[in-house]
Ligand binder design. Structure first.
Ligand code: HEM
Length: 239
């Protein structure tokens, strides 16, 4: 707990510290604080909010998200349609998450609009484990939370590279005006899924693993793109 309070102080300033110290450490607080390092590392790696952002870099980022979300959403759809963890016939809350798993379709639409063929894009194989409900919820925390930053990115790409939700920006637009409402519903699901301390910890571990998996995938794609550019440059110099 002391670590969390210190971390809240270092990361958020004095006002949130008072609120967090006065309330019990809920799963939501743990998720936010314990994934913050990973969130910030992914944000830095993607570098979508700089003024130097180009349409080309934006396209590469969509390709990277596509390579991650397509296999991840396919696995989540299978898992969310299965019965819950708590005995035969137990109703799983996970089925209520199925309508949220439509982000690959948006990525595909955006990439096609921007002239990228998705059929040959590489797909991530190092996905986070999704066996237990806790693992699914921790993973969903990450991909649903991304819709919050998506609202900022939507405004940024409109201003800087003239991309709007109908011209290649539908992925980041996410739930648009419903984003706050959808996030609140997700938060409630996370709280009701955290039935005991072990489950809560498993959710947090899964969220960290999901961020790390995305980060590893994007870092790999960045390295491949850099090597490809250097190979092309060397080939041009030899020609
Ligand atoms: C350039 C990229 C990104 C920016 C600028 C950004 C920005 C933000 C901002 C401003 C918030 C807080 C919104 C609020 O409290 O109203 C947020 C929350 C969040 N973001 Fe990001 N984000 C980015 C990328 C991502 C990515 C790629 C993911 C995951 C795939 C992600 C996952 C989350 C999560 C889970 C939260 C919720 C934190 C919480 O309150 O528990 N973000 N982001």
């Amino acid at each position: 707990m002391a670590v969390l309070i210190l971390s809240a102080f270092l990361n958020q300033g004095a006002a949130p510290l008072i609120a967090q110290a006065a309330t019990p450490c809920s799963v939501l607080t743990r998720l936010r604080l314990e994934t913050r390092g990973e969130h910030d590392a992914v944000e830095r790696l993607l570098d979508l909010m700089g003024t130097g952002l180009t349409r080309e870099v934006y396209c590469r980022r969509l390709e990277q998200f596509y390579g991650f979300y397509r296999p991840l959403e396919a696995a989540l759809k299978i898992r969310c349609a299965l019965p819950g963890d708590h005995g035969v016939g137990a109703t799983s809350q996970l089925a209520t998450l199925l309508p949220r798993l439509k982000k690959t379709t948006r990525l595909q639409r955006d990439l096609h609009y921007l002239g990228v063929e998705t059929a040959d894009l590489p797909l991530c194989r190092n996905l986070p484990p999704l066996e237990t409900e806790a693992e699914v919820l921790g993973c969903l925390y990450v991909i649903e939370g991304a819709t919050l930053g998506g609202q900022m990115i939507t405004r940024h790409v409109r201003t800087n590279i003239d991309i709007t939700p109908t011209t290649g920006g539908s992925f980041f637009e996410g739930y648009a005006a419903d984003t706050g409402k959808m996030w609140q519903a997700m938060r409630q699901l996370l709280v009701s899924g955290a039935i005991d301390p072990q489950t809560e910890s498993a959710m947090v571990v899964s969220a960290i693993t999901t961020f790390a998996s995305l980060r590893g995938w994007c870092a790999l794609a960045n390295t491949c793109a850099k090597n490809l550019t250097e190979n092309h440059r060397e080939a041009d110099q030899r020609a």
